[in-house]
Design a binder for this molecule. Structure first.
Ligand code: HSE
Length: 433
């Protein structure tokens, strides 16, 4: 059978890794795909000195690849929203299959892209867009197809996890660790996407869609970053038997679907609590299988290329198969997507870690406890630190409560004359059911 021709758009970290893997493992990949995969062209604005492109057509224009009649599969690795969207739509209109690692693109423009792909009968594969090298999309979309998925929670940003791990284990400075993540090629072009949770929210949006069969709704995701996590909170969390992780959590409830990214205290013996460095992990709870965990490198050239190339192999295999019977882009048949409501964060139930600075005076703690008690908020644990000062830090763990109720309680506590400065609030999850 004649080789399948691919064009790679973008030769940065992931593009270079994809070129490398397709070249070095060409024989093994052909044995799996049933035919050879040939890199017919690459588009790059700047040369990548690590890659030898001898014999491959090189252009600076990504659209040349999307319109090249020779090319069967366009591999989009330029990142970003607008040009990537135009590139992918042009490739689809030209009847090409697309493989992309671009989570921002899929989370924001995926509904439109999949509709166009459906229309043109081409595939858009995006395994590399979530959790780097972990085949979690394939696992949820195909391996768990028998299940009603109830919730999933994941560490889905390698840079953020690397920062939290280095801060906790080595007491390193936030900015210093972020600079290292950038040098290693883990961080987004705009690193606020990593530390403010936007990248994780892109990925969570995709996971929720394939878990529940809902359209992509990135604009409804609640996003909170890690930039306000302090060494104090890391230490108090440990004292209480927890670790702080930046999690993406989505849960199906009777009133709607939770879709939220935020720092979270989880029990220190939970598997997710022990996922460190740039590693990612996604814990999925299905009604038939129970909990399953997917773990591996969440960023980096070769791990991400591993997922990109696996998608290329998948697409190649479908070229000769029944095109009306492919695995649907969002796991469920397009006409079967549900319009379940995404819950605003005020309607989410969560337990909380609270850290307050209060005046050292009799009755202050009782006053705070009364405000919480009046709102039906149960206190699970409390630490009050004795310091040589007229102020003391108070750390509280509460049981689960509606976020809007907690907001009311915090407004009242903040208004007390004995409360000093801002109250820190971090959500707590047991990850048990
Ligand atoms: N910046 C992302 C991360 C890259 O750190 O996880 C992989 O999507």
């Amino acid at each position: 059978m004649k080789p399948v021709k691919v064009g790679i758009c973008g030769m940065g970290t992931v593009g270079g890794g994809t070129f490398d893997v397709l070249t070095r493992n060409a024989e093994e990949i052909a044995r799996r795909a049933g035919r050879r995969i040939e890199i017919a062209a690459v588009a790059m604005r700047r040369p990548n000195p690590a890659i030898d492109t001898t014999g491959v057509h090189v252009t600076a224009d990504v659209f040349e690849i999307a319109t090249n009649p020779e090319i069967d599969i366009v591999i989009e690795l330029i990142g970003g929203y607008d040009t990537a969207r135009d590139l992918v739509m042009t490739a689809i209109q030209n009847g090409k299959h697309v493989v992309t690692a671009n989570k921002a693109l899929i989370a924001v423009h995926g509904n439109e892209i999949f509709a166009a792909a459906q229309e043109k009968n081409v595939m858009v594969a995006f395994e590399a867009s979530v959790a780097g090298g972990i085949p979690v999309i394939k696992a949820i979309r195909e391996g768990l197809a028998a299940n009603k998925i109830d919730w999933l929670a994941g560490i889905i940003n390698g840079t953020g996890n690397f920062i939290l791990t280095e801060m906790r284990e080595k007491g390193r400075d936030f900015a210093d660790v972020l600079a290292e993540a950038q040098a290693l090629g883990y961080a987004e072009a705009d690193p606020t996407f990593d530390v403010e949770g936007i990248d994780a929210a892109h990925k969570l949006t995709i996971l929720a869609s394939i878990a529940y069969g809902i359209p992509l709704q990135f604009d409804k995701a609640y996003t909170e970053g890690i930039s306000k996590i302090t060494a104090e909170d890391v230490n108090y969390a440990e004292e209480l038997g927890f670790r702080i992780k930046h999690l993406g959590i989505t849960r199906r409830t009777e009133t709607g679907i939770e879709l939220r990214v935020h720092p979270t205290l989880i029990p220190e013996n939970a598997l997710l609590a022990n996922v460190n460095g740039v590693m990612n992990a996604v814990l999925v709870d299905g009604d038939a299988v129970g909990q399953t965990l997917y773990y591996g490198p969440g960023a980096g050239a070769l791990p991400t290329a591993s997922a990109v190339v696996a998608d290329v192999v998948d697409v190649v295999r479908t070229l000769t198969a029944d095109r009306d019977n492919r695995v649907p882009h969002l796991a469920f048949q397009p006409a079967e997507l549900s319009d379940a409501r995404i819950l605003p964060v005020e309607e989410v139930n969560s337990a909380y870690y609270l850290r307050l600075q209060v005046a050292e005076r009799p009755g202050v703690l009782a006053h705070i406890a009364r405000i919480l008690g009046d709102k039906g908020i149960n206190i699970e644990a409390i630490i009050q630190k004795q310091v040589d000062d007229d102020q003391v830090p108070v750390i509280l763990l509460t049981q689960r409560v509606l976020e809007s109720t907690m907001n009311e309680a915090l407004r009242e506590i903040a208004a007390l004359p004995d409360t000093v400065g801002e109250i820190t609030r971090i959500r707590v999850e047991q990850l048990a059911d």
